[in-house]
Design a protein around this ligand. Structure first.
Ligand SMILES: [Zn+2]
Length: 164
């Protein structure tokens, strides 16, 4: 696939420095033959669907490739989940997040599930329900109502003067 950002050579030698994550994509992880298994990886995607409770203090978040059908289960802490405001569903976009974490092709802790145990989660752009948008709309609406109120007051005053 032309979409792959990670050079294959880089993906084959990810363990030179265990602290530096290997940049990859969800699609690449999905098709991974095990090269990146148990390695620290970094990828971006859209938070979608429902947050599912895991062990106490942990949750599952599904992260999907934007414009692709690939998705992966990311295991993260409650605090990491709290940063994410919007989760995508039918026709609505969720937050775009970047996840650093350990990729498990067959997770021992989670019954052989293919997952990523997040070490760092950051939100790179928020989804559809950006709170700045509705508040701006409310401000414009409030100003419009004030103008209407002033106009009514002026008209009322003029009519009163005319009738005197
Ligand atoms: Zn796991």
């Amino acid at each position: 696939m032309s979409k792959h950002l990670a050079a294959p050579a880089g993906a084959l030698t990810p363990s030179n420095n265990a602290n530096v994550p290997t940049a990859t994509t969800i699609a690449a992880l999905d098709k991974s033959s095990g090269t990146l298994n148990n390695h620290l990886v970094s990828f971006s995607g859209e938070a979608i669907g429902d947050v599912v409770n895991a062990e106490p203090g942990y949750k599952w978040v599904t992260v999907a490739d934007t414009g692709d059908n690939n998705a992966i289960s990311v295991y993260m802490t409650d605090q990491e989940v709290a940063q994410i405001h919007d989760f995508g569903f039918y026709g609505q976009s969720g937050d775009l997040i970047t996840v650093d974490g350990i990729f498990n092709l067959s997770c021992r802790q989670h019954d052989g599930l293919t997952d990523v145990h997040a070490t760092t989660v950051s939100v790179s752009s928020v989804g559809h329900a950006d709170p700045a948008v509705p508040s701006m709309t409310m401000l414009v609406l409030a100003l419009a109502l004030i103008l209407v109120a002033i106009l009514i007051g002026v008209v009322h005053h003029l009519l009163r003067e005319r009738n005197m």
